[in-house]
Design a protein around this ligand. Structure first.
Ligand SMILES: [Zn+2]
Length: 212
């Protein structure tokens, strides 16, 4: 099963990718992870990527495509994979089958922007033990204090309304054409990412199994 996963930042894409990867025994591939892995191993290509990044340039499609082509040859991709964070534009989507084979389904996890903003702006984390909270959905027992270790909770800088709204607008601009592209090919499977996480996973798995 070869899948592409699309969704706004904060839509719960990573969580669902892990569930799908486990359920279908397919690899979870993120191009961000691929780049980090290659550069940390200091391969010839990895060193080239470091140079490009240091000079402030964007890593070319060609390089990312090479990494992807190598990645899908690994054993854990025998039953397929789920691509998370790629493709990012229509040209990459058009090239994709020649690199990794035909994509069977493109899963879009959709959550309204207002909800994403509420989810992200309400997040609080413990700087000491890493425990995460949400002021509305998962509040600590005592306001602003970690229930595990008693440390004062903090909000990440990026979790403010303006930054989140900007990220969402960038996402919509770049992703809308990819969504249309896959819709026209009849590959798009849209699932609401609102509600209970386990319930969303179940819906996703049922829909994908029904589509096989
Ligand atoms: Zn803590």
């Amino acid at each position: 099963m070869k899948l592409v996963l699309i969704g706004s930042p904060g839509a719960g894409k990573g969580t669902q990718a892990k569930v799908l990867s486990k359920h279908f025994d397919i690899a979870h591939i993120s191009t961000g992870d691929l780049l980090r892995e290659e550069t940390s191993q200091k391969t010839e290509l990895g060193l080239k990527i470091i140079d490009i990044m240091n000079s402030g340039e964007l890593v070319s499609d060609e390089i990312v495509e090479t990494l992807l082509a190598n990645r899908v040859k690994r054993d854990d991709c025998k039953k397929g994979f789920i691509l998370d964070g790629y493709p990012r534009n229509v040209k990459q989507a058009e090239n994709l089958p020649s690199i990794v084979g035909e994509i069977e389904k493109v899963v879009l996890i959709s959550v309204e922007d207002d909800l994403i903003v509420e989810r992200m702006v309400g997040r609080r984390g413990c700087p000491k033990c890493g425990q995460m909270y949400h002021i509305k959905y998962n509040p600590p027992k005592e306001d602003g204090v970690c229930g595990v270790c008693g440390e004062a909770l903090v909000q990440r800088k990026d979790d403010n309304e303006e930054t989140v709204k900007n990220r969402l607008s960038v996402y919509h601009k770049s992703t809308a054409p990819i969504i249309d592209y896959y819709k026209n090919k009849g590959l798009l499977l849209e699932i609401s990412g609102v509600g209970d996480i386990d319930e969303i996973s179940k819906q996703l798995i049922d829909a994908l199994e029904g589509a096989r």
